[in-house]
Design a protein around this ligand. Structure first.
Ligand code: SAH
Length: 217
């Protein structure tokens, strides 16, 4: 049943993408860059999701909260796609100077690299929800060396570019607002889980690293 629902959602996602792509002259080319980034994050994630699907999970934190928050972020991601495909929220459109989507699109390139790199560095320890696997290790190298949440840095940047690319007060801001809520609620219990598991090693790591950007001093 879960597989059928997932396949139906994937098909809906693709259908909306195709219609939205076809409507690019109405939505502006920034919308194409935004769709390309949504497509890219799914492509980047797919091999890691496949590689980690048989991980033995020893601890799951805040399962109900996680389901609600992930649902909220998915909604934030789907809303622009629905708007771009249907024009339902056109009453809330705004216009921007030509260089605004240029900045948005250029920012996506290093951001997608960081998103991919954080998956590579976390390797088998990566999961969509907040959980620990059997033989979980604390990663403090690569992009995790000076930053504790580089994947969230990438997601923040990706979603903050959304209003620069999708020029609509509802569809442009849905994902950054949804992710902002998730970030504020999730990070404290994710860090508490890591601290409980890795103790002083995690405390030392926190001391020398920043949450989203490297600590300067
Ligand atoms: N918050 C991190 C990782 C997001 S993926 C980031 O933004 O980069 C979420 C999972 O990653 C969590 O369930 C946790 O088990 C794992 N995780 C987070 N930080 C980790 C680290 N430094 N080492 C190993 N696993 C980590």
């Amino acid at each position: 049943m879960k597989k059928v629902a997932q396949a139906a959602l994937a098909l809906l996602f693709l259908a909306l993408m195709i219609i939205a792509l076809w409507r690019w002259p109405i939505n502006g080319w920034g919308s194409v860059a935004w769709m390309a980034s949504m497509f890219a994050i799914n492509i980047i994630r797919a091999p890691f999701a496949k590689a980690n699907k048989d991980n033995v999970i020893t601890e799951k934190t805040q399962a109900t909260k996680e389901a609600v928050l992930l649902g909220l972020v998915s909604l934030g991601g789907y809303l622009p796609l629905i708007h771009l495909a249907t024009g339902w929220f056109s009453f809330a459109n705004y216009t921007v100077p030509f260089w605004v989507p240029v900045i948005g699109a250029l920012t996506l390139i290093p951001t997608l690299y960081l998103f991919w790199r954080s998956h590579v560095d976390l390797g088998s320890n990566w999961s969509v929800t907040t959980e620990l696997r059997e033989e979980h290790t604390l990663v403090t190298r690569g992009v995790y060396n000076r930053v504790r949440h580089p994947m969230y840095t990438a997601i923040w940047l990706l979603f903050l570019m959304q209003p620069l690319l999708v020029h609509n007060w509802i569809a442009g801001f849905s994902a950054p607002i949804a992710f902002g809520i998730m970030y504020v609620i999730r990070v404290p219990y994710e860090e508490a889980m890591m601290r409980q598991k890795f103790g002083s090693a995690y405390d030392e790591y926190c001391e020398r690293s920043g949450r989203l950007v490297p600590k300067l001093f």
